[in-house]
Design a protein around this ligand. Structure first.
Ligand SMILES: [Fe+2]
Ligand SMILES: [Fe+2]
Length: 333
């Protein structure tokens, strides 16, 4: 899936000599503990590299596949202003995918392999993008809830121990906050609108609420990679902590909209200062993750078609690069 060729030389450069009291793993952990950023040419454990490649590439795939449910509404946006905002948002997501593929490449992964794994169905992406966007209100709900959940997940990643990932997340998070606001503003307009518009907004909240809570991943007790990722400071908070923060921030926003969160067990707990919420249907999450969500096949087909349709662009870019190189060689000779 990836080659380590890039850093073979720096491995031997950076790893301490065998007679020093601590081995490379201990020195690496000490740097992480001291909040030093790990850079592409630094020595790092194989597991750290693999974990980051998996996480960053899944994140990149999610940004790219995430363009599809919303791109579907660009031609049907109700006003020019909404169309411009949605177009900018979807374009931002494409940019996020590109920064993140680049960050994965700094770890020695090949972009071709990563994209190949997405198109073959081997790689995962966020299961939320396998749900359909049935009405315009879904565009509001996605910005408000899905980008809102993404912000909760991603703000701590700005302090991730791996430098290129952390730096990419700074810009991404700024753009995500614009996405969240454009979504909330759509929900606000609908919830202050006609009865039909209010019903549309409520229906979108009903369908997107639970999948948004699932975006934080399974409870930490079930999450295979959590503890090690916390030690490596790739991850700063547990899935459950982030999910709780999201619920605490979002429920008052739903109240302001005059909408009802579709959870009969939702209640504010005075003692803890947090909202308690009902049980998540993890069987649905597993089903969608395994490929049986409402739109899994459609999403992958759209990506494969985009890849095939773009073949001439890749060929033309390659031909142009070769021509440029030949000219430069001729000029040098
Ligand atoms: Fe994004
Ligand atoms: Fe976004």
């Amino acid at each position: 899936m990836y080659t380590q060729g890039l850093d073979v030389k720096s491995d031997s450069d950076r790893a301490p000599p065998a007679d020093t009291p601590t081995g490379p793993e201990e020195r690496f952990q000490a740097r992480v503990d001291a909040e030093e950023k790990i850079e592409p040419r630094d020595w790092m454990p194989d597991g750290y590299r693999r974990t980051l490649i998996r996480q960053i590439s899944q994140h990149a795939h999610s940004e790219i596949v995430g363009m599809l449910p919303e791109g579907n509404w660009i031609t049907r946006a109700p006003t020019l202003r909404r169309k411009v905002a949605l177009l900018a948002k979807v374009q931002d997501e494409g940019g996020h995918g590109l920064y993140l593929y680049s960050a994965a490449e700094t770890l020695g992964a090949s972009r071709g392999d990563l994209v190949g794994d997405l198109l073959s169905g081997k790689a995962k992406y966020s299961s939320i993008f396998n749900y359909p966007t049935l009405t315009w209100a879904d565009i509001g709900a996605i910005g408000w809830l899905v980008d809102g959940a993404a912000i909760m997940n991603q703000v701590p990643l700005c302090r991730c121990s791996y430098g290129p990932y952390a730096r990419a997340m700074v810009r991404i998070c700024r753009e995500e906050s614009f996405h969240q606001r454009q979504g909330y503003e759509i929900m606000l307009a609908l919830s202050r609108g006609t009865d039909a518009q209010k019903r549309m907004a409520q229906d979108a909240l009903n369908r997107w609420w639970w999948p948004s809570l699932m975006m934080f991943g399974p409870s930490d007790a079930q999450s295979a990679h959590s503890a090690q990722s916390m030690r490596w400071k790739i991850k700063r908070f547990s899935n459950d902590e982030l999910r709780q923060r999201f619920v605490d921030a979002t429920v008052p926003q739903a109240e302001f909209l005059g909408l009802t969160v579709p959870d009969p067990d939702l209640a504010f707990d005075e003692a803890t200062g947090h909202y308690r919420f009902g049980a998540i249907d993890w069987s649905e999450f597993e089903r969608v993750l395994k490929g049986d969500g409402p739109c899994n096949r459609e999403r992958l087909e759209a990506r494969r078609k985009a890849w095939d349709d773009g073949a001439w662009v890749r060929e033309a870019a390659l031909a142009h690069a070769r021509k440029k190189e030949a000219r430069a060689q001729a000029a040098a000779a």
